[in-house]
Design a protein around this ligand. Structure first.
Ligand code: SF4
Length: 448
């Protein structure tokens, strides 16, 4: 159970030195209880108090990391039931299933999909993260060989799937350095799988046929010091699995019930044989509250919408996606190419840059930091007016790149054109289209 502000305060040095950024230890304690600050902000807390206070700063759903390096996947760490309350923290990992009974060609094709199915959207690379290798042969040697193939041919995180500890150990032998998720510890194999997880420092999934059973298993694991735990409630009907996700999240957040305070793993492919229905079920768990979603296969037409849904749900609702301020070269512009300007709201930037690219007209695009606001919103908020745009144009370096000092402003900024003419002597201000879709026609007709 997390500590209250007063309980935290009792463990602090009470010197009110202010080095943590607030004037008193009490204020710090209150901030810490509400999750606004980390304990590390106080340099004077004793080691004994630190151990106790770690409990207070831990999120109700503990974070779990699968894999290593750049491709490591962090799940869990969630603090709210609903995205609008704050934000969802760590997007669920999407996994493709590979069975050790599949033919080599099928395994190769699936591994290829993991590498190939990547998409660029608003400057972000969307891709799946995990390969779940399932032992269906019962043969440890065969399983080990398939795990090795996955390791050699994919940079994705790995889930080792078997309830036989000897088979999990065989898989671990070849990929322990990739810190795979061990799936699964059950009532029958708990001690042995727990030993594997402890010795290899790998995360472990627990599976039970009820939430009560799950809580008992996680209790036993945490008693022996294992906290990197993923939950499988065992439900394989949509309704029950969905209810379990909500109850698990609610128990951890609202009832502070630590034994269920871990991310979950779900298997839409075990709930239907229909690929499209599987994608729909997966989309439910993207929204509520899957930590890992294992799909029976990847198809571009269903994977892409899931990746986009995931991206949208896991962005911060209070912070618009923004692109870096600067000069963007599109279609290899030269000193005679037109100069356009827009705001740094990502969607605006990608629409405008996409339309310029489509026009095939070499152009310079200036992107002004408007705190992620779109053109009209930024203008209405006073963040995209002549007195703000002009200094940016002068300082950004575009004047050294073009002979042609003609600046094309968005149609919605037409009221600023007079002000810009005054603020930017030597520049001709041209009012461009209001809508991105009209940019290609405008540029094609543009004369230096
Ligand atoms: Fe108190 Fe630590 Fe903050 Fe100083 S740094 S005011 S001791 S909480």
């Amino acid at each position: 159970m997390p500590l209250t502000g007063i309980e935290i305060f009792k463990l602090l040095p009470k010197t009110n030195c202010g080095e943590c950024g607030v004037p008193t230890c009490l204020a710090f304690a209150m901030n810490m209880a509400s999750g606004k600050v980390e304990l590390s902000a106080c340099p004077y807390v004793s080691e004994e108090a630190r151990v106790k206070l770690e409990e207070a700063s831990a999120p109700p759903i503990l974070p779990v990391t699968i894999g290593v390096g750049d491709r490591a996947l962090k799940i869990g760490g969630e603090t709210v039931m609903f995205r609008h309350e704050k934000r969802f923290e760590n997007p669920p990992g999407l996994a493709i299933l590979i069975s050790d009974t599949m033919a080599d060609a099928e395994i190769n094709a699936r591994l290829e999909k993991c590498q190939q199915l990547q998409y660029q959207r608003v400057g972000i690379t969307l891709r799946p993260e995990l390969v779940a290798v399932k032992c269906e042969s019962g043969d440890a040697v065969k399983f080990e060989a398939v795990v090795n193939k996955v390791k050699q041919n994919s940079d994705c995180g790995i889930i080792l799937m078997s309830t036989n500890p000897d088979i999990l150990a065989a898989g671990l032998k070849v990929c322990a350095d990739r810190k795979p998720l061990l799936y699964a510890a059950t009532e029958d194999n708990l001690d042995k799988v727990a030993s594997l997880a402890r010795e290899s420092s790998c995360p472990v999934a627990v599976k039970a046929s009820s939430l009560e059973g799950l809580a008992q298993l996680t209790g036993k694991l945490t008693e022996v010091g294992i906290k990197n735990i993923v939950l499988d409630s065992g439900s394989r009907t949509i309704r029950q699995a969905f209810e379990d996700q909500v109850i698990i999240r609610s128990s951890a957040l609202n009832n502070k019930f630590r034994p269920l305070g871990f991310p979950t793993i779900t298997f839409p492919g075990e709930m239907t044989d229909n690929p499209m229905k599987e994608a729909v079920i997966a989309s439910i768990f993207v929204a509520k509250y899957g930590g890992i979603i294992v799909l029976s296969d990847f198809q571009g037409e269903s994977l892409f919408p899931l990746l986009v849904e995931r991206m949208n749900i896991y962005t911060d609702p209070q912070r618009p996606l923004a692109t870096a301020e600067g000069i963007y070269e599109i279609n290899n512009p030269d000193e005679n190419s037109p100069v356009l300007i827009t705001s740094n709201f990502s969607l605006t930037y990608f629409i405008v840059s996409g339309e310029i690219e489509n026009s095939k007209v070499p152009s310079w695009l200036l992107v002004k930091d408007t705190e992620g606001l779109s053109v009209l919103t930024a203008w209405a908020a006073g963040k995209f007016s002549a007195d703000i745009i002009a200094p940016f144009v002068k300082k950004c370096g575009i004047e050294d790149k073009v002979k042609n000092h003609k600046l094309v402003i968005p149609g919605y900024l037409a009221p600023e054109s007079g002000g810009l003419e005054e603020e930017l002597p030597g520049w001709e201000i041209l009012v461009g289209p209001r809508e991105g879709a009209h940019i290609p026609a405008y540029l094609k007709a543009w004369k230096p």
